[in-house]
Design a protein around this ligand. Structure first.
Ligand code: KIV
Length: 262
């Protein structure tokens, strides 16, 4: 059965952890979905890991829609969430409605994600959800604010921690169906997770969240740079390098193609 936003909220109530990963193309999406990943996020981290940008800021809505369509074609079960890029929703709720509407209409994604908390973003979330567009929030380290926050852990002081808690509550009250908590202290993530009725999906936020997300290229060992809180389960950079070196050697030494490839 296809995963729905209501199902995720039910899984939180049942303490059933939610597995979330990012994807950027058809092949990766198909593999993740076949394994049973619950939520596939077409994250704007693809700006760096797939498109070679310095950070997430240059990514356009057109690029995001293009990749989300490819991901959606590879998915049968998981909930597909399209991460709205920088300045495609911050200007006004109308701009957010236009971008989110395009994401759902043109790609087949079932939800959008946007970064930041209250008050302006929470108002936008309220308008999107009132229009039937499911929204995943994202608080703590929000990479679209890199020039303001850097990539440092957030919520380390009493004030900052209280602000992030209030943002999460505001997003939940505005109708978000889940919230990503990125790079915040474990105890703050626990507090938020206990306080709001919707699932928290952690990345660098400790073990107490209702689910965990990784950028798939970090998990696969494909990223040039991996944040300290990410884990690689395989070193695909090394495996691919070795395979390409073997092919190159075989071509140069006229060992490829062998008879079975004729
Ligand atoms: O863009 C992304 O990959 C994300 C995850 C880190 C949650 O927002």
């Amino acid at each position: 059965m296809a995963v729905t936003t209501q199902q995720l909220i039910q899984w939180k109530r049942q303490s059933r952890p939610i597995v979330t990963l990012t994807a950027w193309d058809y092949a990766i999406a198909q593999l993740l979905d076949a394994v049973g990943v619950d939520v596939i996020l077409v994250g704007d981290s693809m700006a760096m890991v797939t498109l070679g940008y310095q950070n997430t800021l240059p990514l356009t809505l057109e690029e995001t829609l293009h990749h989300t369509k490819a991901v959606r074609r590879g998915v049968k079960r998981a909930l597909v969430v399209c991460d709205l890029p920088f300045l495609t929703y911050q200007e006004s709720p109308q701009q957010a409605m236009h971008s989110a509407g395009r994401a759902l209409k043109e790609t087949g994604a079932q939800a959008v994600k946007l970064e930041g908390g209250y008050p302006a973003i929470a108002q936008t979330v309220a308008q999107l959800t009132a229009a039937g567009i499911p929204v995943m929030g994202h608080v703590g380290l929000t990479p679209q604010s890199v020039h303001q926050l850097g990539y440092r852990k957030q919520g380390k002081t009493q004030d900052a921690s209280e602000r992030i808690l209030q943002e999460a509550i505001a997003l939940s009250e505005a109708g978000a169906f889940a919230i990503v908590l990125e790079h915040i202290p474990d105890d703050l993530a626990l507090q938020i997770t206990q306080k709001i009725p919707i699932p928290t999906i952690g990345i660098g936020a400790g073990p107490h969240c209702d689910g965990q997300v990784l950028v798939t290229s970090d998990l696969l060992g494909l990223s040039e740079y991996k944040p300290p809180f990410a884990k690689s389960y395989v070193d695909l950079r090394q495996i691919i390098t070795q395979a390409v070196q073997e092919f190159s050697t075989e071509v140069r030494e006229r060992q490829f193609p062998e008879p079975e490839q004729h």
